[in-house]
Write a protein that binds this ligand. Structure first.
Ligand code: MN3
Length: 241
């Protein structure tokens, strides 16, 4: 690395580290490298089919990672913490902000998404402990939460995500974002939607069209069978730490 490049990188790292970002502290760093799926592509059958999982992880997610790395090189930004980068997009070079937003968001959102799912029956079928209590306190009951989340996911127009977030005041909220945006993107999504994501659902057609065609509500209904409540509970605990 030459001296000019080194200085540019150091300044970029310093500016990212210096800025506070809501929720960032609670979330583990994710580098610009794609991890393997944490289970076999067929492991979520019959709720999410193997063909969809193979395409979704092997093609869609992989393409976000490739294009993210191209943008990081062009922006001279480090590749070690894309979660932090998404909270400080306005500090990135202007000509790379949209690529970093779309592909960085795509990479981080999908990395979380694979870990928010698990083969049916491998964990608690319903939230336990503090997560169960928090859902009850914020939404009335687990059924009420699922209804509100499913409604939000169904109504998200076009491509995007539905989220369960922990807001700055510690309360849980349901929100949705367009495209590959997420609730960490300060200055990109409305302040009302900012928070630490502890569960998210991909409602892009590529996530369900092979099996469910246009029936997004059927996909959402089936998805609850493979939600990894342990992972969601861990996210809630980390957000309080
Ligand atoms: Mn997707």
């Amino acid at each position: 690395m030459n001296r000019r490049r080194f200085i540019a990188n150091s300044a970029a790292i310093a500016s990212l580290a210096a800025l506070p970002s809501q929720g960032r502290a609670a979330l583990a760093a994710i580098s610009a490298t794609q991890a393997p799926l944490p289970y076999a592509p067929e492991a979520l059958e019959p709720h999410i089919d193997a063909a969809t999982m193979k395409l979704h992880h092997g093609k869609h997610h992989a393409t976000y990672v490739t294009k993210l790395n191209e943008a990081l090189v062009a922006a001279k930004l480090p590749a070690d913490n894309i979660v932090a980068l998404l909270g400080n997009l306005s500090q990135a070079p202007a000509d790379q902000q949209s690529a970093l937003r779309n592909h960085g968001g795509g990479h981080v959102n999908h990395t979380w998404f694979w870990n928010w799912m698990a083969p049916a029956g491998t964990g608690p079928a319903e939230p336990q402990g503090p997560l169960a209590e928090a859902l009850q306190a914020n939404f009335g009951s687990l059924a009420d939460f699922k209804k509100a989340f499913g409604d939000a996911a169904t109504k998200r127009f076009g491509s995007g995500w539905a989220w369960l977030i922990v807001k700055g005041d510690g309360k849980l909220a349901i929100t949705t974002t367009a495209n590959q945006d997420n609730p960490l993107m300060k200055g990109v999504v409305p302040d009302a939607e900012l928070g630490t994501p502890i569960l998210g659902l991909d409602v892009w057609e590529h996530a369900y069209y092979l099996k469910y065609q246009n029936k997004r509500p059927d996909y959402i209904g089936a998805w609850w069978n493979v939600v990894n409540w342990k992972s969601v509970a861990d996210g809630l605990a980390a957000s309080k730490a």
